[in-house]
Design a protein around this ligand. Structure first.
Ligand code: NAD
Ligand code: UDP
Length: 314
């Protein structure tokens, strides 16, 4: 195999840290770049002694120069509470981060993959969501800094590809969970597991009938690696997610059952523009990447519960 030098922005985050580990295990040299807004050193501290791993504190809104073969652009807070904390910064991270990383890719002729999101479909009126669907996004709502930032980043990727022949790959990631999520990340799976393990109330926003399709992180990492290695003229966007759809109430009951918890379910107000349904159509990923998710919800939840249980006990 050829050892590649790979840059992972957002490499200290939940997905980024697992990607760094996978790339090192595959024999590559990894540069992890992060500003630690939502990422943590704890996620990558075990990699620091590896001579092929390098850690750099940097903010993607500022230009960055390095020589690498491939770039995975993941830098961006992903949990609604964190991306809404500083909406302007979120938009800057998506847009200026994309410009800086695409400029770098252009200059050094690297291949670059963008971690886009199912949020580009907004509150979708087409179900399940196919890549050809343009979406239904409120441009001035609470989620817009993230949704529109990620949409603008996709535009920039396509423009650098069309105008400057930059080698790009775009994946649209659907709700992903697993070990190394921050315990106070605020997303639904980590919230419910942390609450259940501590016998605290499980907070359902709204009536719990809204749906999501949950993907275990290992399946996402496999999809990312396959997309980066896919034929040169396949640039996406391609959905990477698990099509098994659940209501949030079903998820809460499943977590209570698997943790044997005494927690009660309580209702909290539904945040505005919260998508009512979400499910990926993954036919394109199956065809182009020969990829399907392997880990279903119960198996993935059991692994994630074990991770948070150990974290609480430590
Ligand atoms: P995360 O919050 O754990 O990771 C994001 C990382 O980016 C963190 O380490 C954070 O410190 C870093 N970061 C944020 N702003 C930065 C900046 N300006 N400069 C440098 N680093 C910065 O979230 P995650 O779940 O690991 O998400 C990773 C990527 O995947 C994000 O781009 C996210 O939008 C995308 N994504 C994730 C999901 C999911 O369900 N996990 C779904 C769709 C898209
Ligand atoms: N949610 C919930 N309780 C929580 C956290 C989230 O009911 O403690 C709901 C949220 O309103 C949304 C769904 O779970 O309908 C998924 O939320 P998350 O923040 O994980 O991701 P996103 O909305 O971005 O898909």
């Amino acid at each position: 195999m050829i050892r590649k030098k790979v840059l992972v922005t957002g490499g200290a985050g939940f997905v980024g840290s697992q990607l760094c580990e996978r790339l090192l295990n595959d024999g590559h040299e990894v540069v992890c770049l992060d500003n630690y807004f939502t990422g943590q050193k704890a996620n990558i501290v075990h990699l620091i002694d590896n001579p092929y791993f390098e850690l750099i504190r940097h903010d993607v809104t500022m230009p960055f120069f390095i020589e690498v073969d491939e770039i995975y652009n993941l830098a961006c807070p992903a949990s609604p509470i964190h991306y809404q904390y500083n909406a302007i910064k979120t938009m800057k991270t998506s847009v200026m981060g994309a410009i800086n990383m695409l400029g770098l890719a252009k200059r050094i002729k690297a291949k670059i993959l963008q971690a886009s999101t199912s949020e580009v479909y907004g509150d979708p009126q087409v179900h399940p969501q196919v890549e050809s669907y343009w979406g239904h996004v409120n441009p001035i709502g609470e989620r817009s800094c993230y949704d529109e930032g990620k949409r603008a980043a996709e535009t920039l990727f396509m423009s650098y590809h069309n105008q400057n022949k930059v080698r790009i790959k775009i994946i649209r990631i659907f709700n992903t969970y697993g070990p190394k999520m921050h315990p106070h990340d605020g997303r639904v799976v980590s919230n419910f597991i942390m609450q259940a393990l501590q016998n605290e109330d499980i907070t359902i926003y709204g009536d719990g009938q809204q749906t999501r399709s949950f993907q275990y992180v290992d399946d996402l990492i496999e999809g990312m690696i396959r997309m980066m290695a896919s034929r040169e003229d396949f640039i996406g966007p391609v959905n990477i997610g698990n099509p098994n759809e659940f209501t949030i109430l079903e998820l809460a009951n499943k977590v209570i059952e698997l943790t044997n918890s005494k927690s009660k379910i309580i209702r909290m107000p539904l945040p505005s523009d919260d998508p009512t349904q979400r499910q990926p159509n993954i036919e394109l990923a199956k065809k182009e990447l020969d990829w399907t998710p392997k880990i279903q919800l119960e198996e993935g939840l059991i692994k994630t519960i074990a991770y948070f249980d150990a974290l609480i006990k430590s």
